[in-house]
Design a protein around this ligand. Structure first.
Ligand SMILES: [Fe+2]
Length: 245
């Protein structure tokens, strides 16, 4: 069985559609979303509707929470705060309802796969800790028994491996899942990548082959930028899409 796991769409409908076309071309029907569907981009309702149609499950992200008027928006930088306040105003009722009902984490359990899906670190997920270093990843591994953990949040794809109590950052964006190791996979961001690569990211989990792979997809960046500018959201939210930063 193959699964697509995607995260941090951030109301970028052009990126989401391109990623979904790639997922369809890979003949994958089982799709899961790690949250931050809204916030930053200009199409929160369109993205939420699309995810609700195609994703088997989704978890809550910190921007989803902020756009619901919950969480700690005062901890956001000014640009993120402005985007959250704009999103609060334009969100429709089905979007609000869909986000309100999102769990903090989701156990993906099938015949050949057992994994934990969560937006930020599974270490106190409500506190939205980032997993950026081996130290962060070690705390994440200690906080749960799962052998396979999928996260988003940082918008930087990457794989951490724990074996015999030691955690190392896996350089490649693909790995074969060995039975004696545990894996924490950051699937990157569909709609606002921050690793210097402006292409949208999504993760393919192949339960039979026991592999995870982060794929990248080009999309119409200029169209997404034009919508952000037309909505009078902060200019940096449009320009950064071209850099992937
Ligand atoms: Fe995010």
């Amino acid at each position: 069985m193959k699964f697509a796991i995607l995260s941090d769409i951030h109301a970028n409908f052009e990126a989401l559609e391109a990623v979904l076309r790639d997922i369809e071309a890979a003949h994958i029907q089982r799709i899961f979303c790690l949250g931050d569907i809204v916030g930053y981009g200009a199409n929160p309702n369109e993205c939420c509707t699309r995810i609700s149609e195609i994703a088997e499950a989704r978890v809550l992200g910190n921007h989803d929470e902020a756009c619901l008027g919950k969480g700690h928006i005062e901890h956001f930088n000014s640009v993120a705060r402005m985007a959250a306040l704009w999103t609060q105003k334009v969100m429709d009722e089905p979007t609000r309802d869909y986000l309100e009902r999102a769990p903090m984490s989701f156990p993906l359990l099938t015949g050949d796969v057992e994994a934990l899906l969560v937006h930020a670190s599974p270490y106190h997920p409500n506190d939205w800790h980032y997993v950026l270093s081996e130290h962060d990843a070690a705390a994440a591994f200690r906080s749960c028994p799962d052998k396979l953990i999928f996260v988003g949040h940082s918008h930087v794809p990457g794989i951490f491996v724990e074996r015999g109590g030691e955690v190392i950052f896996h350089r490649a964006l693909a790995a074969t899942l060995e039975p004696d190791a545990r894996y924490l996979v950051n699937v990157g961001s569909v709609g606002q990548p921050r690793d210097g690569d402006p292409r949208g990211a999504w993760c393919l989990l192949d339960g039979e082959a026991r592999t995870v792979t982060v794929n990248r997809v080009t999309y119409d960046v200029e169209a997404a930028q034009a919508k952000i500018r037309a909505a009078k959201l902060p200019e940096i939210l449009a320009s950064r899409l071209a850099w992937g930063e």
